[in-house]
Design a protein. Sequence first.
Length: 424
Amino acid sequence: MIRDTSAQDLVVDAGPARRRKIKTFSLIGGALALLLTVAVPAYNRWARSEIAIPLDRVRMATVERGDFVREVGVTGRVVAAVAPTLYAAALGSVTLEVQAGDNVEQGQVLARIDSPDVINELDRARANLESLTVAWERQKIETRSAQLQNQQAVDLAKVRLDAAQREAERATLSHEKGVMSRQEMEKALDEKAMADVEYKHAVENASLAKDSLAFELRTAKLEVDQQQLVVDNLQRRSDELIIRSPVNGMIGNVAVEQKATVAANTPLLTVVDLSALEVEAQIPESYADALGLGMPGEISYGSSTYQGIVTAVSPEVHNSQVTTRVRFDGDVPQDLRQNQRVSVRIVMEVKEDVLTVQRGPFLDSGSGRMAYVVRDGLAIRTPIQAGSASVNEVEIVSGLQAGDRVVISSTDVFKNAESVYLSD
């Protein structure tokens, strides 16, 4: 009888192997189901889109609700609001008393102009004034003398009139008593009449002479006053030969050399008033319509920030920019210097509780009337209405809601597609 290997065989349980197969098939089925769950919606989105764009080629931002501040920030330079340039008052030689960079006080002598012509003309005018003044004083004396003579003539005519009046009364009385002839009485009456006429003429002549003398005296006084104006004008010109500082500040520029001969109205030097500094900034012309006088601003340099206010806006655009001046709203910092570079921020508009989104090239691509809202991997073309725009944000008037994800990069690559698939 042949012996077999049954004694060496081991009975194996088939249950665990079957369970492992079941588990393996289950994992494979779950993976397939998960793949289908992810792939099918992605395929549907891709199928519904017109074009596909890689996600890393776009930038997105979230629409938020809050306060909107329209502002513009630029770099400006410190300039002097008051920087008078002083000029030569006449032809002459200049003697400078200061140099560029010197600190000066109001009224301090900065330069002197040696002008012989002005000095000589002033001396001649003063001599002429003295002569006219003497003539006027002499005229006053002659006027008083003539008035006394005229008054004397009036008084003598009055005495003669009174004497003739008494003689006429005596002659009339004598004629009535028969002691004087009629002829003698009439002669006395004629003399009285003559004395009366002489007195009246003396009074009138004295009055006319008084008016004439007053006129001549006034004419002489007017000549003196006229010459005094000439002297005052020449004295002013002479005083202007001494150049004084009109403000407290610093010598900014000296335009002539020491002892140089200059003509009238030649610029000599400039004084910078350091207590009246402003900031001059160039604002892009896109903000020109929104700029206005009195707008608040901030001036920053280093670690310090100061409040400011817009005081001037240029009426013209130059090189696509508008020149604007911002004044310090308060005391001017002492450590500032002219032409120093500072940062300027001008607040043009403030709105509360509005929708805003980060500013980007999508505004230019859609002209502010279209944006792409991202939902489930699709960028959907959505009509919007954009409002005011600042440096970093733009106001959304309609078309979007808070929490929407919007493509803020350029949408030119979307080619105005209604929906764009953003692929990973």
